[in-house]
Design a protein around this ligand. Structure first.
Ligand SMILES: [Zn+2]
Length: 205
């Protein structure tokens, strides 16, 4: 729908799944990954997790889009409010994403690493910094074994923020803590994640 020709993350996940692996795609790009979601919406071998700015293009990624058929429960959408900070992303990894990846039995992690959630990005209104991307990535790669982690560069439309965020993320992947900017705390985000947990626990039991 305008941002990609080839969906690298989805192609990689489909290839791994065809080889018998179970894959978790975790997408922190500020836009909902509607193509990736569609590709695996009815499958249980590929878990799709997305944080994205609520009501942003393409408008999909509601909390209650949680998969169907064999895929029921294996899509997790966390629509975040404008200004959401890294603290809330990291807390949701610990409280929601990690348990879901464990119950899925994911053997591979694919990060859709879009950096347009940076607070300087001209297209979006989230509140993240390059330091947040480092810490979020450091948390995410703990979810699977070393050697089974991939990250694909997705969005990012402020070139300085993109460069710093990419460096910070690559640093986290190789075990170097690179914080060009301090991570963010507080602010909005907690309520949105509480809604996600309440709805999923009520309707996905
Ligand atoms: Zn994006």
């Amino acid at each position: 729908m305008g941002f990609c020709i080839y969906n690298n993350a989805a192609i990689a996940a489909a290839s791994l799944a065809a080889a018998g692996e179970r894959v978790a795609i975790v997408d922190f790009d500020a836009h909902h990954g509607n193509g990736t979601s569609d590709a695996f919406y009815e499958r249980d071998d590929v878990l799709y997790v997305s944080w994205h700015q609520n009501h942003l293009f393409p408008g999909t990624g509601r909390v209650d889009e949680w998969g169907s058929g064999d895929g029921l429960g294996w899509t997790l959408n966390m629509p975040m409010p404008e200004g959401a900070t890294g603290e809330h992303y990291r807390r949701s990894i610990e409280e929601t994403v990690a348990p879901l990846v464990e119950s899925h039995g994911s053997t591979w992690l694919i990060i859709s690493a879009g950096f347009d959630g940076h607070r300087k990005d001209p297209l979006t209104d989230l509140g993240l910094t390059s330091g947040d991307f480092a810490d979020i990535t450091a948390d995410l790669i703990q979810l699977v074994e070393p050697g089974h982690r991939l990250a694909f560069l997705e969005g990012g439309y402020d070139l300085e923020a993109l460069a710093e965020s990419t460096a910070a993320t690559v640093g986290a992947i190789v075990g170097e803590k690179i914080h060009p900017e301090v991570p963010t705390h507080g602010g909005p985000g907690e309520d949105a994640l509480a809604v996600v947990d309440i709805l999923r626990s009520r309707f996905l039991t």
